[in-house]
Design a protein around this ligand. Structure first.
Ligand SMILES: [Zn+2]
Length: 116
């Protein structure tokens, strides 16, 4: 049985543009992580930090490396609106059953967008 996600975790959805499949990336805010997962030294220039951010793949739950932050030749993008059928089953299965409902907390093309 997979572990429960931390309460502060956010599910982000990454769409592969070529296939339309939507994978799940679990984002845990830095303050809620038990240990830093990566070290960006304060000495690094802003450009280098940005480059690192753009080149570091976002590994989604099923293990696929994606690049939703890449501005050019993008093959992936973050999305918040898609049909449930497009959700990656591999990613979905990694979620604890109590967290699986969160995979459906997204807009679908049929629903009206709510603006805050
Ligand atoms: Zn996946």
């Amino acid at each position: 049985m997979p572990d429960r996600l931390p309460e502060s975790a956010e599910l982000k959805f990454v769409e592969t543009l070529s296939s339309g499949t939507v994978d799940i990336d679990v984002y845990v805010p830095a303050w809620a992580r038990p240990e830093p997962t990566e070290t960006l030294t304060m000495g690094a220039s802003g450009g280098r930090v940005l480059k690192t951010m753009l080149e570091t793949p976002v590994v989604v739950r099923c293990g696929l490396p994606t690049h939703p932050n890449r501005p050019v030749n993008a093959k992936h993008q973050y999305t918040g609106r898609f049909e449930d059928e497009r959700l990656c089953r591999g990613c979905y299965r990694t979620l604890h059953e109590d967290d699986q409902a969160r995979a459906f907390e997204h807009e679908t093309p049929g629903t009206t967008e709510t603006t805050n």
